[in-house]
Design a protein around this ligand. Structure first.
Ligand code: NAP
Length: 484
């Protein structure tokens, strides 16, 4: 017979799936988020009425301790600090999976063997078969290892993005062999732990499980420290799928359907996101994890040395160019997010539309520093969703555009991705801004983007540079358009 907690888990799981589906469009994302939150509340409620639940006071205290800082952080976080916030929250998910799996293990050792069906001390303690104990405790080991890696890895990613740890790609001698040794150490400690359980040596089993945990925590740090700060979004996405998987296997260990479904959803979503990001950057996951692109800015010095001239333009000239254009395509990038200029860009767009100019936004899948960065930013400024066009949709339209207005974007419009096989971004699909009749670029100076490389588009005869912080430049530009 289906119990009330089972029914709550079932409805919660449906809400998670529907919520995730709705997150795929900015139009429905808010309600999707709400659905998933209601699902989580239902799952929590169902857990509270499980027959063997106790310690309600402690659980409520833990919920209060988690909710208050979580609520405050989420309310106060700046759009540009979102990646590190996601990383921190993901790390907490990993820690949960780690502690739940550890708890299940300790519970198993202390009182009974739910995995084997053999009760503590009731049958003359025959040696247990190694394969049986390993198979039964496998989900718990996986939950401990994946949860620990995700916990410390996410904390290091948070530290790098927050500037608490050097965002450079930190390297040391024998890095890969050391990581390999740690992995072998984990496998060895798991085997030793299972062996100790088989012969009823629970004290040594406790020590070995502690060794597994410490080594897995260390692996999370060792694996993420060498990756450059700019690659952190991909790393966070990988760790996110790790957390999901850890939650799912922990759900197996606890026979909790809601955890299995929610964990699998998170794991699958994280993996898909990782694949999408890698594709959009045209880099393999192995290159992100084991390479050093996006770490120290190798190309920056070279870029700064370039003695070619970039042609400047004044805000008043830009205003004339755009105010009398038929079609303008706006390309937002990371600099727009840093400057928090999303409201101003919307104001400029409305002014131009009032003058009969057609305005569209070209959204590159990896513009900014996290997936969907530009969509979220522009949605916050109430830019209508139909005006935000994906790369495949907008690229054929550049040839008809009188002006491509690039605001704080760089790599996502760099033609080297098409033409220069030696470029680190060669093969990355880009926005065809160079095909527009005129190109205006708003940026502060000659700084490079994430990839740290020179951009020939800024020297194109059709390109004019409007130097300055995006917010200030857009303020001037909107004032000039108003005055036309
Ligand atoms: P970008 O290549 O990083 O370039 C940003 C540009 O903005 C810089 O050249 C900088 O030049 C300018 N800028 C910075 N602050 C500014 C301000 N306050 N006002 C005006 N301009 C400012 O950005 P992007 O074109 O958006 O490309 C994103 C990059 O991130 C890609 O290489 C992508 O692969 C990578 N990435 C993205 C994700 C993701 O999920 N979105 C994940 C991982 C990696 P100045 O210093 O001269 O102003």
């Amino acid at each position: 017979m289906i119990t009330i907690p089972d029914a709550a888990y079932l409805i919660a799981s449906l809400l998670f799936i529907l919520g995730l589906k709705r997150l795929s469009s900015p139009r429905t994302a808010r309600s999707g988020n709400m659905m998933a939150a209601v699902g989580m509340a239902l799952a929590l409620g169902g857990t509270f009425i499980l027959p063997d639940m106790g310690n309600f006071g402690w659980i409520i205290l833990a919920i209060v301790i988690g909710t208050i800082p979580g609520w405050l952080l989420a309310k106060r976080v700046k759009m540009t600090a979102m990646p590190q916030m996601v990383s921190l929250f993901n790390g907490m998910g990993g820690a949960c999976a780690l502690f739940i799996s550890l708890g299940e293990w300790i519970k198993g050792l202390g009182w009974e063997f739910p995995w084997t069906g053999i009760m503590w001390g009731t049958d003359g303690r025959p040696d247990l078969p190694f394969e049986l104990v390993l198979a039964c405790s496998f989900p718990m080991f996986l939950g401990i290892v994946l949860g620990a890696i995700s916990f410390t890895g996410s904390l290091v990613a948070f530290g790098k993005l927050q500037g608490l740890i050097s965002e450079k790609s930190l390297r040391w001698p024998l890095q890969k062999p050391i990581n390999m040794l740690v992995v072998l150490g984990i496998l060895g400690a798991v085997a030793a732990c299972v062996n100790a359980v088989c012969v009823w040596q629970f004290n040594s089993a406790f020590i070995w499980i502690a060794v597994v945990t410490v080594l897995a925590l260390l692996l999370g740090v060792l694996q993420v420290l060498p990756i450059g700060g700019a690659d952190m979004p991909v790393v966070i996405s990988v760790l996110n799928s790790c957390t999901g998987l850890a939650a799912a296997v922990t759900g197996f260990a606890m026979k909790n359907m809601a955890m299995i479904i929610a964990g699998t959803l998170v794991g699958a979503a994280g993996s898909l996101l990782t694949v999408l990001m890698c594709k959009a950057m045209n880099r393999s996951l192995a290159k992100v994890i084991f390479g050093s692109f996006g770490g120290p800015a190798k190309g920056r010095a070279a870029a700064a040395q370039s003695d070619r001239t970039q042609r400047e333009i004044a805000a008043s000239e830009c205003a004339i160019m755009m105010g009398y254009a038929r079609k303008v395509i706006i390309i937002p990038g990371y600099g727009l997010a840093v400057a928090q200029a999303q409201h101003l860009v919307h104001e400029l767009d409305e002014l131009l539309e009032k003058r009969g100019v057609e305005v569209k936004y070209a959204i590159h899948p990896v513009a900014g520093r996290m997936p969907g960065h530009m969509n979220v930013l522009l949605a916050e400024a109430d830019v209508p969703y139909p005006k935000l066009l994906d790369m495949e949709e907008i690229n054929p339209e550049f040839e008809q555009a009188d002006v491509a207005l690039i605001i704080g974007a760089n790599d996502v419009v760099n033609p080297a991705a098409r033409t220069n096989p030696g470029s680190p971004i060669f093969g990355m699909p880009i926005l065809n801004a160079d095909k527009a009749k005129n190109i205006i670029v708003i940026k502060r100076g000659r700084g490079t983007g994430f990839a740290g490389i020179e951009n020939d588009l800024f020297y194109n005869p059709k390109t004019r540079m409007l130097f300055g912080d995006a917010k200030k430049a857009l303020q001037e530009l909107t004032a000039e358009v108003k005055a036309l």
